[in-house]
Write a protein that binds this ligand. Structure first.
Ligand code: ATP
Ligand code: MG
Ligand code: MG
Length: 357
């Protein structure tokens, strides 16, 4: 029986491993971030995937990424570079925030002229959780720092109504299955909370599915991909794509009968994929730079995923999935979290209550 090897052994790799167990799919999440001379006992029929878009080159990462069954191999570098990712969206006529490559000739005045008084520069590679971003503000006479030239794109600041994402899967046969849209709240560039499904987003589902379908078919992609969007009125603009299981899909662990991790493994291993059933509306709260609180486990509608990582500023150390069996149970849990959690959670918790009550 083929094994699945994952480039990366963070929380996504751990949750993929966990999802493999009931399917009797043996998953090994591999640490490719710390240098080692180790080589793995890969079999020719094994399957390789990744929990991240980029990794350092080493004998180990090369062994995995050069395996003939490294699924979506060429996609990673194509999407990990914002220049080629944005170019792909443009080529497919998928709407995205207006952008340009920042090179030696880029003039900041032209950026303000084309995009308005606020322009967001993003590093072409390596950015996550809002890291690797730099705002240019005309009012502050911001200029392009020397060390951002040729390494970044510049985007128009989008005055969006809200952020939503679509998580979907494509099988080896080219069939696509999607979850309902997720509503996301970011704070300082980092995902704080997600809600799904929401009936008020239903009218955007087909639009989003058409966009992500075009992308994954073009890439001949197999497995789960996430598409982050800005909603501007009734129109969606793609913010970015993630060729992997995604934080905004974590609610599927509590809300559906088949979560995104299982969906990804099924696609990789050629197992049938029915449309996942949604059993509950769910809220996901990311635990960021916060110590473990045993009281979380007392909430009747909560599932805690604790990543067992050292707590550091801005670092995701776990998430809570709260299902909505009824409004009383749900509101009681949110009220408890409001009392237990520090200041930076008050806005996300209020946002959740405002959306659901
Ligand atoms: P992730 O952890 O999701 O991979 P990232 O570091 O790759 O994040 P983005 O998703 O591109 O970065 O941006 C992070 C957040 O910054 C977005 O979710 C959004 O809130 C805000 N943002 C990004 N681009 C724009 C834009 N063009 N206009 C306004 N806000 C933006
Ligand atoms: Mg990103
Ligand atoms: Mg993002």
């Amino acid at each position: 029986k083929p094994k699945v090897w994952v480039l990366g052994n963070g929380q996504l790799g751990a949750m993929l491993t966990h999802a493999g167990e009931p399917l009797a799919i043996e998953v090994h999440a591999v640490n490719i971030m710390t240098p080692t001379d180790e080589i793995l006992p890969l079999a020719p029929h094994d399957i390789i995937t990744a929990e991240r878009e980029q990794w350092p080159e080493s004998a180990l990462s090369l062994q995995l990424s050069s395996h003939p069954h490294f699924v979506n191999g060429p996609v990673f570098s194509r999407l990990a570079d914002r220049f080629s990712q944005k170019s792909l969206l443009e080529q497919l006529n998928v709407p995205t925030a207006p952008w340009v490559l920042v090179d030696d000739t880029t003039q900041v005045a032209t950026l303000y002229q084309d995009y308005g008084p606020r322009v967001l520069m993003k590093r072409r590679t390596g950015g996550y959780d809002g890291k690797g971003q730099h705002w240019l503000k005309q009012a502050e006479a911001g200029d392009i720092p020397h060390d951002w030239r040729n390494l970044a794109i510049a985007e128009q600041a989008i005055n969006f109504d809200e952020e939503i994402s679509l998580v979907g899967v494509r099988t080896r046969a080219g069939e696509c299955v999607f979850y309902p849209l997720t509503l996301n709240l970011h704070q300082d560039g980092i995902l704080m909370a997600s809600i799904a499904p929401l009936t008020r987003l239903n009218h955007l589902q087909t639009q989003a599915e058409t966009m992500l379908s075009a992308i994954i078919h073009e890439l001949d992609y197999v497995g789960v991909m996430a598409m982050e969007c800005f909603r501007v009125g009734d129109k969606l603009l793609v913010n970015e794509l993630a060729p992997r299981v995604h934080n905004s899909g974590h609610w599927t662990q509590a809300g559906t009968h088949m979560d995104q991790f299982q969906l990804h493994l099924r696609a990789l291993c050629g197992v049938t994929i029915p449309q996942p059933q949604v059993n509950f509306q769910c809220v996901m709260v990311n635990l960021i730079a916060i110590e473990h609180d045993p009281r979380w486990l007392s909430l009747p509608n909560a599932e805690l995923y604790w990543y067992n990582k050292e707590v550091r500023p801005g670092r995701k150390v776990g998430h809570l999935n709260l299902s909505v069996p009824n409004m009383t149970v749900f509101e009681n849990s949110i009220t408890a979290l409001q009392a237990w959690m520090p200041a930076q959670y008050q806005a996300p918790l209020a946002w959740i209550l405002a959306e659901l009550t």
